[in-house]
Design a protein around this ligand. Structure first.
Ligand code: 5GP
Length: 178
């Protein structure tokens, strides 16, 4: 399917699942090397990261812990910048190596909020792994953003965990708005 419609909006294929898988495998290999002999805590940011998190973690063969948090509500095609509470953040991150797993970094506001909460617990290290990154939309540099699947233009994308007004998270490929 090269073109789809969600609600009233048209989308075209952007990143096929196979392309995502290959890139995810490479990031996994890198993480296995970088965190060898450590026992990192992977924290996925719901809802958008659930598929990427699952596929990424299948590539990780070092010992690790896995959890999820939930933070923002996001409606329509523009980031509202309004962040709610963080739910489910572990409170025992002191001296741990933390890897935050995101679906997409757009303005970076969600991530800044999460990073603040995580750093407050004085972990040994904090890095971010995001499947997608829109550099043109970023408001402030984020030095923890160490692993990026794909840098993409400032366009609205959907699929592979990402929704458009609630729909499209189950699509195995990623589409962009036409
Ligand atoms: P930020 O706080 O970096 O502006 O936005 C992060 C969140 O906004 C993401 O976790 C995601 O939920 C949502 N978001 C940003 N850009 C897009 C996009 O292109 N498509 C979709 N579906 N969500 C997006």
């Amino acid at each position: 399917m090269n073109k789809i419609q969600i609600h009233e909006k048209g989308f075209e294929i952007f990143l096929e699942n196979e392309t995502i898988s290959k890139r995810t495998r490479l990031i996994g290999i890198q993480l296995n090397v970088d965190y060898e002999a450590k026992c990192p805590v992977f924290i996925g940011v719901l809802n958008g990261s659930f598929l990427f998190m699952a596929d990424l973690l299948k590539e990780i063969d070092i010992s690790c812990e896995v959890g999820f948090i939930r933070v923002a509500s996001y409606h329509g095609t523009e980031s509202t910048g309004k962040i709610k509470e963080a739910f489910g953040l572990p409170d025992d991150l002191k001296d741990r190596d933390v890897i935050i797993v995101e679906d997409i970094v757009d303005s970076g506001l969600t991530l800044q909020y999460i990073l603040e909460k995580v750093h407050a617990q004085k972990p040994a290290s904090v890095r971010v792994c995001s499947l997608l990154f829109k550099p043109a939309a970023l408001l402030q540099p984020i030095e923890e953003l160490a692993y990026v699947g794909f840098e993409i233009p400032n366009e609205f994308v959907v699929g592979y965990g990402l929704d458009y007004d609630g729909l499209g998270r189950n699509l195995k490929d990623i589409y962009r708005a036409i």
